[in-house]
Design a protein around this ligand. Structure first.
Ligand code: 2P0
Length: 337
């Protein structure tokens, strides 16, 4: 019988990528990373320790909405603040940041002063872990003078949060699932495409905390949903369709595919046991309204992540009409104005 190989840890990956580089600690490291919204979703891991996904995914960066992080060495203990407020050590934010920083301490008595600022309004209900871990990885690269390339940084950011590997770039970004056990082929890369007319609208419907976090939700879906078996092949088709749509600047194909992909992801979780249902009555009402506006000839589509809020996809020429229909819509221009 073949002996089972030992599991590869996050520490092993860090050793491979930064082990040879002696840290030259600078006075500070500072970086910004944008948040991202997936048009083809990441849902399910083949390795929980390394955040290795079952499928590839494709996202769009939110330009100037994201996280800015400054790191400095400090004495005695870590000091972690968010938007100017020092956080207690028992908060989820501090615990996740500390667990990530632990991977990189040059000595056990090395501590970090980490100041994070989120330009994503916390009220927008957007996950900030993607931009947060991407900015943190970039700031570490500055602080320790690693001079790592983007591919290595994308791999390191993934260890903090899967979707963070896509937040190292602007515009359209593809995260290659990869197949290697150590995840060295699972990183993100930008697509060579700009689409200045493309718009994303953030529709905030609820600020309440979600009933279940996405990490646990994707685990439960993969383990119990009878529909999950169909997901990887669907993602492969959707990813190909999205890349063709981007290449041809075919907005209807882009929107149609992104919307269908998000709904298919939600279908896998609704079929999980117990079911994971992020939708609120207001989410469904907004979907119906979008479909109705679309029936009237306006090309508008939506996508939705692990929460009740919607993200609208449309082109510049429809912006006035859509902000009139959804006065609370926050419009993002992923490729600048
Ligand atoms: C995505 N989501 O592609 C999908 C769609 C949520 C729904 O990536 O466990 O915070 O840290 O790897 O990256 C949210 O999951 O999960 C996510 P971890 P992450 O944007």
């Amino acid at each position: 019988m073949k002996k089972k190989e030992p599991a590869i840890t996050r520490e092993d990956v860090v050793r491979t990528l930064v082990g040879q580089r002696r840290p030259a600690v600078c006075p500070a490291g500072s970086a910004f990373a944008p948040s991202n919204i997936a048009l083809c979703k990441y849902w399910g891991k083949r390795d929980e320790e390394l955040n290795l996904p079952v499928t590839s995914s494709l996202s769009i960066a939110l330009e100037n909405l994201g996280s800015e992080i400054t790191l400095k060495p400090c004495t005695k203990w870590d000091r972690i603040s968010l938007n100017g407020k020092l956080l207690a050590s028992d908060t989820t934010f501090v615990q996740r940041a500390t667990a990530f920083l632990d991977l990189f301490r040059p000595a056990p008595d090395f501590f970090f002063d980490m100041r994070a600022k989120n330009s994503i309004p916390t009220a927008a209900g957007l996950a900030s872990s993607a931009s947060g871990f991407a900015a943190l990885t970039l700031a570490l690269n500055e602080l320790f003078g690693w001079k790592l390339n983007r591919r290595a940084l994308s791999i390191l950011a993934r260890l903090g949060s899967g979707s963070a590997c896509r937040s190292l770039y602007g515009g359209f970004v593809e995260w290659h699932a990869g197949a290697a056990r150590n995840g060295m082929d699972s990183y993100a890369e930008p697509l060579d495409a700009v689409w200045p007319d493309l718009r994303l609208g953030l529709l905030l419907l609820s600020e309440k905390e979600k009933p279940i976090g996405s990490r646990h939700a994707m685990q439960q879906t993969r383990a119990t949903s009878p529909l999950y078996a169909a997901w990887p092949a669907q993602v492969e088709r959707d990813l190909a369709a999205l890349k063709t749509a981007i290449r041809n600047r075919d907005f209807a194909a882009l929107g149609r595919t992104a919307e269908a992909n998000a709904l298919a992801m939600h279908a896998t979780m609704i079929a999980a046991r117990p079911a994971i249902l992020y939708w609120l009555p207001s989410s469904l009402a907004a979907m119906r309204k979008i479909h109705q506006i679309r029936e009237e000839g306006v090309k508008v589509f939506f996508t939705m992540d692990a929460g009740p809020n919607l993200k609208l996809l449309f082109l510049r020429k429809e912006q006035a009409l859509l902000t009139a229909a959804f006065p609370e819509l926050r419009v993002v221009t992923p490729f600048g104005r």
